[in-house]
Design a binder for this molecule. Sequence first.
Ligand SMILES: NC(=O)c1ccc[n+]([C@@H]2O[C@H](COP(=O)([O-])OP(=O)(O)OC[C@H]3O[C@@H](n4cnc5c(N)ncnc54)[C@H](O)[C@@H]3O)[C@@H](O)[C@H]2O)c1
Length: 386
Amino acid sequence: MENQKVRNIGIIMNGVTGRMGTRQHLERSIFAIRQQGGVKTKSGMVILPDPILVGRNEEKLKALAQTYGLQRYTTDLNACLADPYNEIYFDAQTTNNRAKSVLKAVAAGKAIYSEKPVASNLEEALTLCRAIKAAGIKNGVVQDKLWLPGILKLKHLIDSGALGKVLSVRGEFGYWVFDGKSQPCQRPSWNYRKEDGGGIIADMLCHWRYVVDNIFGKVRSVSCLGATHVETRIDEAGKEYRCTAEDAAYATFLCDEGIVCHFNSSWAVRVRRDDLLTLQVDGTNGTAVAGLQKCFYQNTGATPTCVWDPDADNPANYFEGWQEVQAGQKFDNAFRIEWEFFLKHVVENEPFPWTFVEGAKGIQLADLALKSWAERKWIDLADLTV
Ligand SMILES: NC(=O)c1ccc[n+]([C@@H]2O[C@H](COP(=O)([O-])OP(=O)(O)OC[C@H]3O[C@@H](n4cnc5c(N)ncnc54)[C@H](O)[C@@H]3O)[C@@H](O)[C@H]2O)c1
């Protein structure tokens, strides 16, 4: 990338010491982009992200900066917001700490990019959307599942018409999260405490909203049942605590064109399927099953004639007769792809439709799913007005 104009852009990375902040956003996105020399734009410029790592623990920040060869880190959010060199504020803090910091960043006129959920509830999300709109600043929310290789292949298949009319979607997400007694818990303990912003409904339904809206049809109604299957767990300090947030959600969405989407999301399920997330999409002309990386397809011609006979040991192998969708290309990390779009949006005004308002729609679905569970009824989604 010699002889090209390099545009450095300061990015405040708040919550970067966390699981998502470090692995997906720093290591696999910003650091990876820096390693390759920046992001090339249409106008021939190169955008070079220059992060400042922000958090509460100076030692952790220093260690992280050293690992990734960075100089800039601080525990003083206000000071880095006051510095005009830092044009982007990114937030990967725990969800219930987000709104306060985002509002500060809006007041400082930064472009804002955030992990999902953008807020703890719909009202708070709409407050952020309105503040952002009034300030007229660029903004975006992480919607990483849209760039998973398996999902990109699935979308391509649907758009090509190979499935015919889509009838229904079965989403199966989850894996066994250890309770910390026999083996350490592999997720942060706040996920299992309602009072700390935990719960799988808030966590996962905001993903399912943008996946369904973008790939199948707009979500119009929701019915959801939550459950707290594992009652106690061991936290990071080795102390047993009561789980106050649900660790499983059984949710059905009714969408445009009458498409029925049913998503099981659980941290209390063992995996005997292709991947940690699978989406089976049945259409009039074919069925696709997408995982994180791969996507398989069976058309009507390859569909076996199944005959129900529970008394016979059926010789059929239902895993045969599927073909893998080939992409002919290598896919980048999903978070990094979206970061590159956001950087080009900020610097060169390229379109970026994955805004805070889209993030708020995910929270709307999660909030209404919780209400559906509490009231044991179907609930329609209203259009959001910001
Ligand atoms: N896009 C995805 O697929 C995905 C996956 C998992 C989590 N997330 C989201 O990412 C965010 C972080 O999740 P995580 O799993 O990395 O959590 P984590 O607990 O590993 O990290 C949380 C970060 O927030 C900071 N933090 C915690 N409490 C704080 C407080 N009181 N004040 C200031 N900072 C505080 C921590 O220091 C840490 O840097 C959450 O909003 C979560 O919903 C997104």
